[in-house]
Design a protein around this ligand. Structure first.
Ligand code: FE2
Ligand code: FE2
Length: 172
């Protein structure tokens, strides 16, 4: 079965209403046009996240949306098979772009998915000195949940990237 069919099934299984499905598909379609590899990677990571956490809907969303900030990275850079140091610095902006793109509507995915998904690796990025100033009035419970989900997401993301990425793997 294709990843897309698996996603349809997951939407049904989790009783996700059509309006929400359409919002997720809107982002996925933009990724598909931007970079097909990131599109499939996002679906795969979303499905694995949904199976790995208690709050399956939150897991699915933050998995699907974690790399959405790559929409703001130059196509030319994304398609390279070898990156220069300069390219890597630009790619490293994708968590912040993702956080900004998702905003309030997908607030948990903006935080746990986009912003924090590269925090749990040896050379983590972006440098976040004081998370509470970024997330403002969000309650501490959801911050803890976001950190926990971001850790799980990193493991799943990393594994999928190692298996499927066409360019040299370097914890991007
Ligand atoms: Fe990423
Ligand atoms: Fe990723």
């Amino acid at each position: 079965m294709s990843l897309e069919q698996n996603l349809d099934d997951k939407f049904k299984e989790l009783n996700i209403i059509e309006e929400q499905q359409n919002k997720i598909r809107f982002y996925l379609n933009m990724l598909k046009e931007k970079d097909i590899q990131t599109y499939y990677h996002s679906i795969a990571v979303g499905l694995k996240m949904a199976d790995a956490v208690d709050d399956k809907k939150a897991g699915l969303y933050c998995g699907i949306l974690h790399d959405i900030g790559k929409l703001a990275i130059d196509d030319e850079i994304l398609r390279k098979t070898e990156f220069t140091q300069d390219d890597l610095e630009k790619i490293k902006e994708h968590p912040v772009y993702g956080f900004l793109i998702l905003g309030e509507e997908f607030a948990f995915s903006a935080l746990a998915g986009a912003l924090l998904h590269h925090q749990n690796q040896t050379k983590s990025y972006p440098c976040i000195k004081n998370l509470s100033t970024i997330i403002g009035s969000k309650n501490p419970e959801s911050l803890e949940k976001a950190k926990q989900y971001a850790k799980i997401l990193h493991v799943i993301d990393d594994k999928d990237a190692k298996e499927h990425r066409r360019n040299n793997y370097r914890e991007q």
